[in-house]
Design a protein around this ligand. Structure first.
Ligand code: NI
Length: 186
């Protein structure tokens, strides 16, 4: 089932999310719905708050890049109750966007390497290191479960320049190809 994507301004996007408890009902259905919602919106990552749930879950699928970059083949993953334990390596700048902030793409500086502990879709624990673009996407999604949006990383001047566009999103004036839930819509 395709879920509406909550837009910037919705309070749930600002919550520090809770762990998904063991035995959480309908976990498989939630994961399936999150992937379906993400693919429908042509996204590569989607986090719990973006579908209105303040739970520590995000999904990522980088297969869309696999033709050009084989390292992304089969990189389809579910991260539950994730904790980033290390961030190091170089600072790398690259452009990001977000399904909750349609129409805005900006350069964001992030660390090139992370270590992350998480549970997969079967609630099996992992402790892994990711680098490069994978580390970037994971950090973007991880930010979501910490109540952070990528625009928070921008300089004051950049934010000022985006104010008009952000205000339009806050007022529900967006032109999305996918189902959204702007502020004020229950
Ligand atoms: Ni995002």
């Amino acid at each position: 089932m395709i879920l509406p994507i909550y837009l910037c301004g919705q309070q749930v996007l600002r919550k520090v999310c809770r762990d998904i408890p063991a035995g959480y009902e309908d976990l498989n259905q939630l994961i399936e719905n999150m992937f379906e919602t993400m693919y429908n919106a042509d996204g590569i990552g989607l986090a719990g708050p973006q579908v209105g749930l303040d739970y520590r879950i995000f999904v990522i699928d980088l297969n869309v890049f696999a033709d050009e970059k084989p390292e992304f083949k089969n990189f389809k993953k579910v991260f539950i109750n994730a904790v980033i334990t290390e961030r190091d390596g170089e600072d790398v700048v690259a452009e990001e966007g977000c399904l909750s902030i349609p129409g805005i793409h900006e350069n964001v500086t992030r660390k090139n390497r992370i270590r992350i502990q998480y549970l997969d879709e079967n609630m099996n624990p992992h402790d892994e290191i990711f680098e490069g673009y994978k580390a970037r996407v994971i950090q973007h999604e991880y930010d979501h479960i910490e109540g952070i949006l990528f625009v928070d990383h921008l300089s004051g001047i950049r934010k000022q320049l985006l104010k008009g566009k952000l205000n339009n999103i806050l007022k529900g004036r967006t032109n999305c190809s996918y189902k959204v839930k702007p502020v004020g819509m229950k």
